[in-house]
Design a protein around this ligand. Structure first.
Ligand SMILES: NC(=O)c1ccc[n+]([C@@H]2O[C@H](COP(=O)([O-])OP(=O)(O)OC[C@H]3O[C@@H](n4cnc5c(N)ncnc54)[C@H](OP(=O)(O)O)[C@@H]3O)[C@@H](O)[C@H]2O)c1
Length: 256
């Protein structure tokens, strides 16, 4: 498939690294012809003379522009190709109204881990997307991580659980590392210990058959250190605090 990308910033650049591991041909168009040339050279992909030239030459158009640019960028264009959008808050219905025709539309929500081709990405599509096209779109998403097929109504929840949560997880990692520093470890060593532990704890959950509760029970020996710390975490309300932050994230996503 020939894939055209309009707007190549942080997220589209990460996605292109994934696409380069596939057989798809990639062409881009940036905020100006000069920017297209510059980015194409950096990422070693082809560039189009204009957004319309790109649209006319590809099988799928990926929009990597910011949500607030959609109206302005799409208005002068005539799009007759399937579109894949990664924009936060732009629903398939809104995209359909901006693209003027009854086009096959796919919406995805990637996260920062696309940078290392490990994005958790939600995907959904409108009724004009064939099974074959959806399978191709899912394979594109899998070139930069893991795809989660979810209903569009759950995108705001996904945005909180996978889009924003890395920031909350980094805060937790930073807090644990600070505790290490408090008790005398150098910061870089404390961070390495915690990051490795967080990664292996996730892997243990994903690769094994234990639930988080099973693993917690295995770590908490009777009368031991972990149960003391665990109960202290709940004394300051960790679960309630996490859910409250997810409430705030979803609330904000609904306002976009
Ligand atoms: N970053 C994330 O973690 C993340 C996560 C999920 C979803 N997303 C979504 O991904 C999209 C891109 O976000 P980002 O973080 O990659 O933003 P970004 O780095 O600011 O990229 C946006 C790109 O759009 C380009 N652009 C501006 N006007 C344009 C125009 N008229 N025509 C073509 N390109 C134009 C900009 O070019 P210049 O550099 O030349 O100005 C820039 O390279 C957004 O819709 C966002 O909601 C991002």
């Amino acid at each position: 498939m020939k894939i055209g990308i309009i707007g190549v910033g942080k997220m589209a650049s990460a996605i292109i690294q994934g696409l380069k591991t596939t057989d798809h041909e990639v062409i881009i168009s940036g905020s100006s012809l000069a920017r297209s040339k510059e980015i194409a050279e950096q990422l070693e992909v082809a560039y189009a003379q204009s957004h319309q030239d790109l649209i006319d030459s590809v099988d799928l158009v990926i929009l990597g522009i910011k949500p607030q640019m959609f109206e302005k960028v799409l208005a002068p264009l005539s799009i007759d190709k399937p579109i894949l959008s990664m924009a936060a808050g732009i629903t398939l219905e809104r995209l359909a109204s901006m693209s003027k025709q009854d086009l096959p539309l796919i919406r995805i929500m990637p996260n920062i881990n696309a940078q290392i081709l490990k994005s958790s990405t939600a995907i959904c599509a409108n009724e004009h997307v064939s099974d074959d096209l959806f399978t191709e779109a899912k394979a594109i998403v899998e070139s930069f991580g893991t795809a989660f097929v979810i209903a569009e109504k759950d995108f705001d929840t996904f945005t909180a659980l996978a889009g924003s949560s890395p920031a909350y997880i980094y805060l937790f990692i930073e807090a644990l590392a600070k505790a290490g520093v408090k008790y005398g470890l150098p910061k870089d060593q404390a961070l390495a210990i915690v990051a490795q532990t967080v990664m292996a704890s996730s892997q243990n959950l994903i690769e094994g058959s234990d639930t988080p509760h099973d693993l917690i029970d295995k770590i908490c020996s009777p009368g031991g250190t972990t149960i003391a710390g665990l109960l202290d975490l709940e004394k300051t309300g960790l679960t309630a605090s996490v859910i409250s932050s997810i409430d705030a994230t979803i609330e904000k996503a609904k306002q976009l």
